[in-house]
Design a protein around this ligand. Structure first.
Ligand code: CA
Ligand code: CA
Length: 283
């Protein structure tokens, strides 16, 4: 505010005139988190438009942007009164300070935070098929809770299908395993906690279609989850096959046993069977 007093002594009249100026104003619209997609450096492009108004001085105001405490002169563009703050920033939450100084030397500043979120799903390379050998379940119990005693069973981890995990901006990446038919009929809504699957004699088959889901650890507000909710991990899935064999022990799956096993065979409770351990191979 500037005040100018004008006094007229002659005639004994006195007059006070006030010229009122306001500090610069910064108007920022609401904005949403910005996405990082497909960037190996985990950067995402952010752009925040804003406008400035000044009512003192004839020259355009000076603008300064600080991101996380560091000057970002290249991030400002535009001309009075409309500007844009923009640039590529790492996944995470950043503090932005916008400072405006008009040509009268009055300043104003706005401090805000903006977020760059990981919107990219993991993209692992998977084995397309694994062969599993059912193992005797002694004593026979109902290992999968379907009410039927299981004389043989085998479990496999979703991660066993992963040939190359690839990189992701928000680790760890976790994997889940699901029968494709169960997803399609609605009895299985994929979630990351389903990390393994048990097969029994009722699964004897040359090829059971499965889906392997890969989930990152991001909290992406734009990611539509399998249950229809919005927000959460990014994920992708790939169709694979599993072949369930059993007749090595003559228990079930009574068809020809004609070639070597692939895959890591585990007992139900996770104890590896040494003689059956072998390296996976894609077919
Ligand atoms: Ca990701
Ligand atoms: Ca059972």
């Amino acid at each position: 505010m500037a005040a100018i007093a004008i006094a007229a002594f002659a005639g004994l009249s006195f007059r006070l005139m006030t010229l009122k100026t306001t500090s610069p104003q910064i108007a920022l619209p609401a904005f949403e988190p910005f996405c990082s997609t497909g960037d190996s450096l985990c950067l995402g492009f952010a752009d925040i438009p804003f406008s400035v108004s000044v009512d003192c001085g004839q020259e355009a105001p000076e603008l300064v942007a600080l991101v996380d405490g560091q000057p970002a002169p290249d991030a400002l563009s535009g001309a009075y009164p409309d500007y844009v703050f923009s640039g590529s920033f790492a996944v995470g939450i950043h503090e932005l300070v916008l400072q405006v100084t008009d040509s009268c030397g009055q300043t104003a500043a706005e401090t805000l935070s903006f977020e760059v979120v990981d919107c990219q799903a993991p993209a692992p390379v998977l084995y397309s098929i694994l062969t599993l050998q059912l193992l005797p379940n002694i004593p026979a119990t109902d290992v999968n809770g379907d009410g039927t005693i299981d004389p043989a069973a085998v479990s496999v981890l979703a991660g066993d299908f992963v040939q190359q995990a690839g990189s992701d901006c928000t680790v760890p990446v976790v994997y889940s395993i699901h029968k494709t038919a169960d997803i399609l009929n609605g009895t299985d809504i994929p979630q990351p906690e389903q990390s393994y699957m048990i097969f029994t004699c009722s699964d004897c088959s040359y090829n059971i279609p499965l889906r392997i889901y890969a989930w990152d650890s991001a909290v992406n507000p734009y990611s539509v989850q399998p249950d229809g909710t919005l927000g959460g991990r990014n994920y992708s899935y790939h169709g694979v096959l599993v072949e369930v064999r059993g007749n090595m022990f003559g228990i079930c799956c009574d068809w020809g046993y004609d070639h070597s096993l692939g895959g890591e065979i585990e007992m139900i409770y996770g104890e590896p069977v040494e003689w059956s351990r072998s390296d996976f191979s894609a077919k």
